[in-house]
Design a protein around this ligand. Structure first.
Ligand SMILES: [Zn+2]
Length: 510
């Protein structure tokens, strides 16, 4: 009895020593010369800032570079040639937009190019001589039948209008209003800015936001929603018959009378342009787990490899930290796992995602079309900017940063609350490496701030590592020369240790 127990202890100790040895061998694969070599290429001017729409397709070159690398170190392709295509629509600014009002005799009384499209429908939207119905500020619409109609609603509310609080565009309020109205299936919604906004500030602000060329992920379902366009008060004056009428109408409608008004004037408009279809690429590679059952569970390491491209002035945004650093860190983590003779029990996925800077396109597409089931993904670990150490006077950006991450030992770590064990496991490995996890980032903001958001949305436990904002964030100064490669190595080491543990845990329950 005693002997058997001793033998067992002996064997488990051997296994432990073997595992510790294997881990330190693997960690030695994560080395600074490699990190430097990869990042020097990824963040070079030649790649023109790794974005869609540049003359040299640096985004594609980086995608090929990562896929070649995955192949070279022996990762398995999770999709054909390691590429998960991400369909993207590019809509240029419409050049021939107009809106026109005709009176009941058919005479044109207003024509302007001032209109902004707010809905995300692709393509051109047009109307020809259609009747409209005014619905005031868009409240109390429950009983109205708006189906198929052209609805005109005022920006703001009766209260903000009467109190003269503000004529600014309050995004959330207007969004809610738009959603309530479009839920009633009108053909189009014309939102009119406030007549009290004499300089048309709100309109100009929207114009600047929305009339830029836009990129979006092409959705699977073609859901055509009612068109929503914003126009100036002059349009409403023309529809109501004369200058100043709109303000009067809003006064009446704010006081509760005369909310729904049909007019005999008609509106015609055209806005939007046909989108161009582009293709982004996620690189999805993996190491299959060694356990016949647990290999069907996954740990995902993720980093976005795109950046901002080229500025109007021709400057190249190299994004060495954002997010060349995370991209190369994961390359080295992958090499460390690939070098293990005995692979961990669960499978480890390496996911380099595209177009984070355009709106998390790669990660949202992956999560909507997961290559490995999300309910079998026990953790998604996202690296976004892990290569800088605070080393100068505290500038404006750093002033707002929590203080712990100011030096070589600090690391912002963000987790969600899906599986609290994950944060504990992370803290233990940070301690082992002398890193101080700073968990002070406000979750409501930072859970949305990068690619991990989409895994979070689907209830996957997430970790996000970052060394923090700096003065070169989204500036041309985000260059390789300012990267601290020791720090990237420490983060990559941490990834390996956390990933190794996660992949071998007996039971994971959340
Ligand atoms: Zn980033």
């Amino acid at each position: 009895m005693l002997i058997r127990k001793t033998v067992l202890v002996y064997f488990s100790l051997l296994a432990f020593l073997y595992s510790a040895h294997a881990q330190s061998e693997a960690l030695s694969k994560i080395d600074i010369p490699d990190l430097k070599e990869y990042l020097t290429f990824i963040a070079s001017d030649e790649l023109q800032g790794r974005s869609l729409g540049t003359e040299v397709d640096g985004l594609e070159i980086t995608a090929n570079y990562l896929a070649d690398y995955a192949k070279k170190i022996g990762l398995k392709p999770a999709v054909e040639n390691y590429f998960q295509p991400v369909p993207i629509l590019h809509t240029a600014q419409s050049t021939d937009a107009f809106i026109e009002v005709k009176n009941k005799k058919g005479k044109s009384v207003y024509k302007s190019e001032d209109l902004v499209k707010l809905d995300r429908n692709a393509g051109v939207f047009s109307l020809e001589n259609e009747a409209v119905v005014f619905i005031g500020f868009g409240d109390n619409i429950e009983s109205l039948n708006l189906e198929g109609k052209i609805v005109v609603a005022a920006q703001g509310s009766a209260k903000t209008f009467s109190d003269e609080v503000s004529t600014e565009w309050q995004n959330r309020t207007e969004r809610d209003k738009m959603n309530a109205i479009t839920a009633k299936n009108p053909k189009a919604l014309l939102m009119i800015t406030s007549p009290k906004d004499k300089e048309n500030k709100a309109f100009k602000q929207l114009q600047a936001w929305m009339n830029r060329p836009g990129y979006s992920v092409k959705s699977d379902k073609i859901t055509v929603q009612p068109a929503v366009v914003v126009a100036k008060p002059e349009l409403a004056d023309a529809l109501l018959g004369k200058k100043g009428q709109y303000e009067k109408y809003l006064q009446a409608s704010a006081s509760g009378s005369k909310t729904v008004t049909e007019v005999s004037e008609t509106v015609s408009l055209k806005i939007g342009s046909e989108p161009e279809e582009l293709e982004g690429k996620n690189i999805v590679a993996y190491i299959e787990g060694s356990d016949p059952v647990l290999k069907n569970e996954y740990i995902v390491f993720m980093a976005h490899y795109d950046h901002l491209g080229i500025g109007k002035d021709g400057d190249v945004y190299n994004g060495a930290d954002d997010n060349g650093s995370g991209t190369v860190a994961i390359m080295e983590v992958a090499e460390a796992f690939a070098s293990l003779k005995e692979k961990p029990k669960r499978s480890i996925v390496f996911l380099w995602v595209t177009c984070e800077e355009k709106g998390h396109f790669g990660s949202s597409y992956y999560c909507d079309h997961p290559v490995f089931p999300l309910d079998k993904t026990i953790a998604s670990i996202n690296l976004d900017m892990v290569g800088r150490v605070y080393d100068g006077p505290r500038d404006d950006v750093w002033k707002d940063s929590p203080k712990k991450v100011k030096d070589f030992d600090g690391l912002y770590t963000l987790s969600n609350d899906v599986w609290p064990e994950l944060a504990k496991l992370n803290a233990a490995h940070c301690a082992e490496l002398g890193l101080i996890p700073d968990t002070s980032l406000p979750k409501e903001r930072f859970l949305r701030a990068s690619d991990h958001y989409h895994f979070h949305k689907y209830g996957v436990p997430i970790l996000n590592y970052a060394t923090g904002y700096h003065a070169d964030y989204h500036k041309v100064g985000d260059e390789v020369e300012k990267i601290n490669f020791e720090k990237i190595k420490r983060v990559a080491d941490l990834c390996f240790l956390v990933g190794f543990d996660l992949a071998n845990l007996e039971d994971v329950e959340f």
